[in-house]
Design a protein around this ligand. Structure first.
Ligand SMILES: *Cc1c(COP(=O)(O)O)cnc(C)c1O
Length: 401
């Protein structure tokens, strides 16, 4: 049974905590995590939750309790992971153009590190040489993912060491006696086709003979989840089968661990973003529904043209009409254009689905508006896990001179 919060539960949360409000359903995270681990149970797979999707400390603690590992994209995320109780050997820092001092800090904390540039690999070799095994992030020159903004493996992408520079990597290994224990690729987000992962595997397999101390192949994240009914998702069972076939058939890879770093797959569907309607504005072009939010709270529709399903939970049986849902920010912040919704009235609550991943996490205080509160639903109860900003927060770090 797929875990979902009901309209009544969401209305209750809106009344109790006010809006705009992010709600996370903990059992849904458990369900997604277990689906993944079950699908891959016949391979030596480790799951690292890509925590940049949602870093609330209570969510991180929940992943820790599930036995998950964690993938971080900044040294601060590493520190949050430690704070949540993850031991250092379950933390991975996959770097992306970061300053070397963050890599030094990560080394001191004893966590796994994937290095993504020749420059940092050389600095790492000079300083730590053979004494600290590392992984390298490669760029396989594969175009994949929902759109160019979320595609990270193609030949114009900044991410990773291009595979055509492999000879320079090999020279650095020899020069500094580096111990490369893993090869990493992350080709993008919203990859529904299992064959993209297989292509990535083939690129990495070609490189395996250059490395004699490998322990893992890290295939990154990017599994697609459905955002609307009828949407394709990554077929995880098929993916697991194809990955197993590929690894089993390879003389070296069959003994390597397989790492994955899913973010969206684990937390997208657990999240609901509840807003309230401020104004309805009839125009000749469309009927605008102006809500008490904007791209300062949920930027995916404007930044990626992402589709988020919206429901009027205050009038579930109202006559369907077309509306354009917009924010209250002094920018064009259109959440949906000419979308069918049950009749919308001022003060109705509208909920956005799939709001768990890259929702709150990408929010800001633009227009000096408050960031939303966050609530978690666990064990049949709602818990406030981040209070809404208040006015003093806006002045908190400013210095009046
Ligand atoms: C963002 C990111 C992920 C997670 O991507 P999703 O699309 O959320 O699964 C995994 N690995 C790395 C290195 C990332 O930067």
């Amino acid at each position: 049974m797929s875990q979902q919060l009901t309209t009544e539960q969401l209305l209750h949360a809106a009344e109790k905590f006010g809006t705009p409000l992010y709600v996370y359903h903990i059992e849904k995270i458990t369900e997604q995590y277990q689906q993944l681990t079950q699908a891959f149970s016949n391979s030596d797979v480790k799951i690292f939750y890509a925590c940049k999707a949602l870093t609330n400390i209570n969510i991180l603690k929940h992943f820790h309790s599930l036995g998950s590992n964690i993938d971080c994209s900044s040294i601060n995320e590493v520190k949050l992971a430690l704070h949540a109780g993850f031991p250092s050997n379950r933390i991975l820092y996959t770097s992306n153009g970061i300053a070397f001092n963050e890599i030094e800090e990560a080394q001191q904390l004893g966590i796994h590190i994937n290095i993504d540039s020749l420059s940092n690999l050389e600095k790492f070799g000079k300083k730590f040489g053979h004494s600290y095994p590392v992984g390298i992030r490669l760029r396989p020159n594969i175009l994949a993912g929902g759109n160019l903004k979320i595609s990270t493996g193609h030949d114009k992408s900044k991410f990773g060491i291009p595979t055509d520079q492999i000879n320079q990597v090999i020279s650095l290994i020899a020069k500094y006696d580096l111990h490369i224990q893993g090869l990493h690729i992350h080709t993008g987000s919203e990859i529904k086709d299992a064959d993209v992962f297989v292509k990535g595997i083939e690129v990495l397999f070609d490189l395996i003979p250059h490395f004699t101390e490998l322990k893992f192949i890290d295939l990154g994240g990017g599994f697609k989840v459905p955002y609307k009914t009828g949407d394709d998702a990554t077929d995880i069972v098929l993916l697991a089968q194809k990955v197993k076939e590929a690894f089993d058939a390879h003389p070296v890879a069959k003994d390597l661990q397989i790492w994955f770093e899913p973010g969206k797959y684990l937390v997208s569907e657990c999240g609901y973003f509840i807003t309230q309607v401020n104004v309805i504005k009839e125009t000749s072009a469309t009927t605008f529904v102006g809500i008490n939010s904007g791209f300062n709270h949920l930027i995916r529709p404007m930044f990626y043209d992402a589709y988020h399903r919206i429901k009027n939970i205050s009038n579930s049986y109202g006559i369907e009409k077309k509306y354009s849902v917009v924010g209250n920010i002094c920018e064009t912040d259109t959440f949906a254009w000419e979308r069918k919704l049950n009749e919308v009235r001022e003060e109705d609550y509208l909920v956005f689905y799939n709001a768990g991943a890259y929702g709150f996490e990408m929010s800001s205080n633009f227009n000096s508006r408050f960031k939303p509160a966050e609530v978690m639903f666990a064990k049949d109860d709602f818990f406030l896990i981040r209070r809404r900003d208040e006015f003093s927060d806006l002045l908190n770090h400013q210095i009046e001179v």
